[in-house]
Design a protein around this ligand. Sequence first.
Ligand code: PEP
Length: 252
Amino acid sequence: MTNKLKYFIGNWKMFGDLASFKIISKINTYISKNNYINKKKIVICVPNILINFFVKKLKKKSISIGAQNCHHHEASGPFTGSVNASMLKKVGSEYIILGHSENRKEGESPKLIEKKIESSLNQKLNVIYCIGETSHEKKRGKTYSIIRKQIKECIKKSFNKKRIMIAYEPIWCIGSNKIPNINELKYIIKYIKISYKKIFKTKNFPKVLYGGSVNGKNVKLLSNVNEIDGFLIGSASQSSKKFIDIIKNYYK
Ligand code: PEP
């Protein structure tokens, strides 16, 4: 078992209502009772409408609440239906997922993602920046060049790197019940850390999460990759039992 701080970050996607607080509450109870796993950070990224309600209901703060996207514009303005980073921060969000492949698919450009990262960092939100290749790119042997490109094109040298972590989410693994070959994954995570440090000339390696079909069964296998600093968990985070199983089995 490792002593390094591990992140377990839930991405609820378009899921949940006020009653879904029971999921957060059960996870919170588990975390509070099991302090043997004190080297971990739990974050649940929920729809914007639930952020403030959940933050207020969580009395003992062993879980942080995050958002899943924002508008790139920093000030208020004529952007119907949009929410910016400052609004998310004010209602209690501490983290934000940006560059998720589901949003890139909807037309989010690298330039737009860069602006979103910048405005979120200005609000002192912790950014979880998602990168990852499609199955087509993987088959063509493009994994490494794609992830290097995605790192370079959305993160400016001037950004505060302390608040950025990378989530490696191969698109072919999201919601597919597939995970990468473990040895390959180890190389990719190392490659992300080394490239990032070289590109931005940082003193430390970035934190790198793995995301894509993580569940209570495959997490033990994934735990063999020491370089992984934690997990971005999609559908399994919508169930307290499945999310707790991931944490439990990771530390087993
Ligand atoms: C995600 O969409 O960020 C994700 C990891 O999804 P899933 O765990 O459902 O594959």
